[in-house]
Design a binder for this molecule. Sequence first.
Ligand code: SF4
Length: 202
Amino acid sequence: MAAVENVIKALEKNGYEVKFFSKGTEAVQYLVEKIQNQTVGFGGSGTLAQLGLHEKLAEKNVILDADYPGPGETFRSTARKSIQTDCYLLSANGLSEDGIIVNLDGEGNRIASSVYGHKKVYYVIGTNKIEKDLERTIWRVRNVAAPKNAALLKVKTPCAKKGDRCYDCDSPERICKGLLINLKKIDSTEVEVILVDEPLGF
Ligand code: SF4
């Protein structure tokens, strides 16, 4: 893997603001200090869950997290509302050494929210998600991240059963529908990448 400094430079060249932390706890502290008195949308993410960011940010913000709908709400109603929050947090399924961020989605709320509707988007990404180039990153997203997420969600797909690779299935419960490749930062939104030198998520 390229030195982390080179990945940071590549992300900056692609238009992103970047913060690097060697520990997840430092990243959490940074975000807790930075995000206050805001509405905050969450994209489903093992990384954010691992860092306990929902609970931490809920102390001083209003959180809309489709995985935890409030009373009378559903996943979809919460996801729809979270498209218009002040800021949005998610991770990436893969990041290439040349600073390309890749995400794969089934419902679509996470990839939609990552590119439009917010003043600011924060990606929190562990260095375990970094791959050499775009081709290898897409391979990782489809054959490593997606099968692990499928297993976690307990969907009825061949990858969830075997956990070894993608079978490009036609299962009704397939979780892979939309692949979003961010070649550069999008124009409409401020985007900050919080890179953490720890294995986070899948
Ligand atoms: S396409 Fe199907 S087999 Fe491949 S990772 Fe997605 S859910 Fe699993």
